[in-house]
Design a protein around this ligand. Structure first.
Ligand SMILES: *[C@@H]1O[C@H](CO)[C@@H](O)[C@H](O)[C@H]1NC(C)=O
Ligand SMILES: *[C@@H]1O[C@H](CO)[C@@H](O)[C@H](O)[C@H]1NC(C)=O
Ligand SMILES: *[C@@H]1O[C@H](CO)[C@@H](O)[C@H](O)[C@H]1NC(C)=O
Ligand SMILES: *[C@@H]1O[C@H](CO)[C@@H](O)[C@H](O)[C@H]1NC(C)=O
Ligand SMILES: *[C@@H]1O[C@H](CO)[C@@H](O)[C@H](O)[C@H]1NC(C)=O
Length: 559
């Protein structure tokens, strides 16, 4: 936990002590958003209160044992109700928070099954008196408008011990979008001859046969999308008709949770659904899309709440979403990690895209740079997926690094035990590492695994689009394959894979195609000359352990 920094503020003519819960949160306005004036005090805002949980250490211990194949507890997952009785905030915490809200006239609140989040609708006036220091303004980007406070908020000192953070005040929606390189790079000379990645190409590269499709009762997988983007059912149907011959698959999403806006389909949203349903073929697929009543208040957080409010959710979730780790408050990320642990002990696998900026770059001061990790990719409690390209773009050959593949070392979360040997072996074996000032060797290193991320075909708004690239492509591809493995496990009466990393690292690369060529992007300065890390034998911070050889991976994970 972070030390709380008490500050002296003037509150209604008389000083009171108050505490900043997110003193290290970046409150600057991200590029692309324009200021559109002060919000009227009678306007409404929805805020999310993250109540301090109990037994978080116990939860972490439980996650370790249910995810470790050598533990007798392996696969003994908890129900949401059991998670709830473990982490539910104390009576004291619940009373303190509810009482504080009521004393400011805030009563329109909804909780979740675990009682550790409260979502409340209130006037701006109530919000600003509840959170001294906050001042809400309106911001617009394109069609999209939202309400945020650029000034840090505080809470009364005696409430600080009961709250982790307040959502809906500072964070803007993050961006991580698939792009078609045809659009960014212009027409490529080899267009038309190039292979292009389709379900058939993927299934051939990863050795999926026509009979490798789902058939277990109640198996399911999900993609979660928070980018004001929507997939279109007609695009999915057309995609399957065009590209998914020769294996049994579904052409419809089983369930959409949240509001699908009207209008044009997004490339990213189309990509996720089309590809998780191509590797995870014939498996019931859900789409979580901008859940919640207020689309513009932190949709990612909203999704986390939803998982704590639904007893039955899919076993595998793939998410293409991320933010610069250095822009987020440690208290927020720590709490989100706890939410990932809550999912993990239920047997849910969370897969995040590693990002599309390689090692990233952040200017520390003039002339001094460092790599820039992304969160949740850097969370020790999720499986992070990097990207590769075919060595020969005209053939199904072996894979090399896709230079955009996100990877690196967290500056916030220490390296988890499951990866210590793998990461240290890399650091020891590789001669040409970037200078030590660019990354933190004590941090959680990512990605964990990878798949092709280059030159996909996607159908969006009824049009087949080539050259679509990004780790948002590789993530659902790996997710679908894990769902297939879950499927085979269910048929054998085995539990789901759950949080994969402890088991994945114990395989030491067995059942994966090791990616050993190429480097990803880094800072464009003289010291590193545009390079981040380079792939190497075994684990590396560009492609993790490599890409799945499905039949071998299945065999390795079937007990
Ligand atoms: C959680 O689910 C309950 C029951 O369906 C509902 O009443 C409540 O509003 C939900 N909570 C949130 C934050 O949406
Ligand atoms: C899987 O694919 C690789 C490369 O495409 C190939 O060498 C291998 O024989 C295939 N089969 C199995 C069962 O691994
Ligand atoms: C497809 O899944 C259904 C269950 O959803 C199952 O009954 C059927 O056998 C599966 N098809 C194949 C070819 O395995
Ligand atoms: C599993 O089946 C039950 C009963 O049919 C259904 O209510 C539930 O939504 C299913 N769960 C998933 C994750 O598909
Ligand atoms: C390096 O990472 C550790 C966590 O593993 C963190 O405590 C420390 O502050 C980080 N150092 C820097 C310079 O960011």
């Amino acid at each position: 936990m972070l030390p709380l920094v008490p500050v002296f503020v003037l509150f209604c003519c008389r000083p009171v002590w108050s505490a900043h819960l997110e003193h290290d949160q970046d409150t600057s306005i991200p590029e692309g958003w324009t200021h559109a004036g002060r919000v009227a005090s009678s306007d409404r805002v929805e805020l999310t209160f993250a109540l301090r949980q109990q037994n978080v250490d116990k939860l972490r211990g439980l996650l370790e044992s249910v995810s470790d194949p050598d533990s007798v507890q392996y696969g003994k997952f908890l129900t949401l109700e059991e998670v709830s009785s473990l982490v539910r905030p104390s009576e004291l915490t619940q009373k303190a928070v509810w009482g504080w809200l009521r004393s400011h006239g805030v009563t329109d609140c909804r909780t979740v099954l675990t009682d550790d989040f409260l979502q409340c609708d209130m006037t701006i006036q109530a919000a600003e008196s509840l959170l001294p220091g906050s001042r809400f303004f309106r911001y617009v980007r394109g069609q999209h408008a939202l309400v945020r406070s650029p000034a840090p908020y505080s809470v009364p000192d005696d409430l600080a011990q009961h709250l982790d953070f307040v959502g809906g005040v500072h964070r803007f929606p993050a961006k991580l979008e698939a792009v078609s390189r045809a659009w960014t790079n212009g027409q490529r000379p080899e267009a038309g001859f190039h292979l292009g990645v389709t379900p058939i190409i993927l299934r051939s590269r990863y050795n999926l046969t026509a009979s490798d499709v789902g058939c277990a009762e109640n198996n399911s997988q999900a993609v979660a999308q928070f980018l004001e983007q929507f997939y279109h059912p007609a695009d999915l149907a057309e995609f399957m008709a065009l590209f998914a011959g020769g294996f049994k698959h579904m052409s419809q999403v089983a369930r959409v949770v949240g509001t699908q806006g009207g209008g044009k389909a997004g490339l990213e949203a189309s990509l996720d659904v089309e590809y998780i349903m191509s590797t995870g073929a014939n498996i019931s697929t859900w789409v979580f899309t901008n859940p919640g009543r207020h689309e513009s208040q932190e949709p990612f957080l909203q999704w986390m709440l939803l998982l704590s409010n639904m007893s039955s959710v899919p076993w595998v979730h793939t998410i293409s979403y991320g933010d610069d780790e250095d822009s987020l408050a440690a208290s927020y990320m720590t709490r989100i990690n706890t939410e990932f642990m809550k999912a993990g002990v239920r047997g849910i696998s969370m897969l995040f895209a590693s990002g599309d900026s390689g090692a990233g770059c952040r200017q520390l001061s003039k002339g001094s740079n460092a790599f820039r990790p992304s969160f949740p990719a850097s969370s020790p409690y999720v499986t992070t997926v990097g990207g590769t390209s075919f060595k020969n773009p005209f053939k199904v050959t072996y894979e090399v690094t896709d230079y955009i593949s996100g990877g690196g070392f967290s500056n916030v979360f220490p390296m988890p035990d499951y990866q210590v040997n793998a990461v240290n072996a890399y650091l020891k074996a590789v001669q040409a590492l970037p200078p030590k000032t660019y990354f933190n060797t004590s941090g959680r290193a990512y990605p964990d695994i990878a798949a092709l991320s280059d030159n996909y075909w996607v159908v969006s708004n009824r049009v087949p689009i080539p050259w679509v690239s990004g780790t948002s492509a590789s993530t659902p591809v790996v997710g679908g394959m894990l769902s297939l493995i879950n499927d085979k496990r269910f048929l054998k009466g085995l539990p789901a894979l759950g949080f994969l990393n402890p088991r994945l690292y114990k395989l030491k690369g067995q059942a994966l195609f090791d990616v050993t060529e190429g480097c990803h992007l880094g800072c464009l300065d003289e010291q590193v000359e545009g390079k981040g890390f380079c792939a190497a034998p075994a684990w590396d911070p560009v492609t993790g352990w490599g890409t799945p050889n499905y039949p071998s991976l299945l065999a390795a994970l079937m007990d």
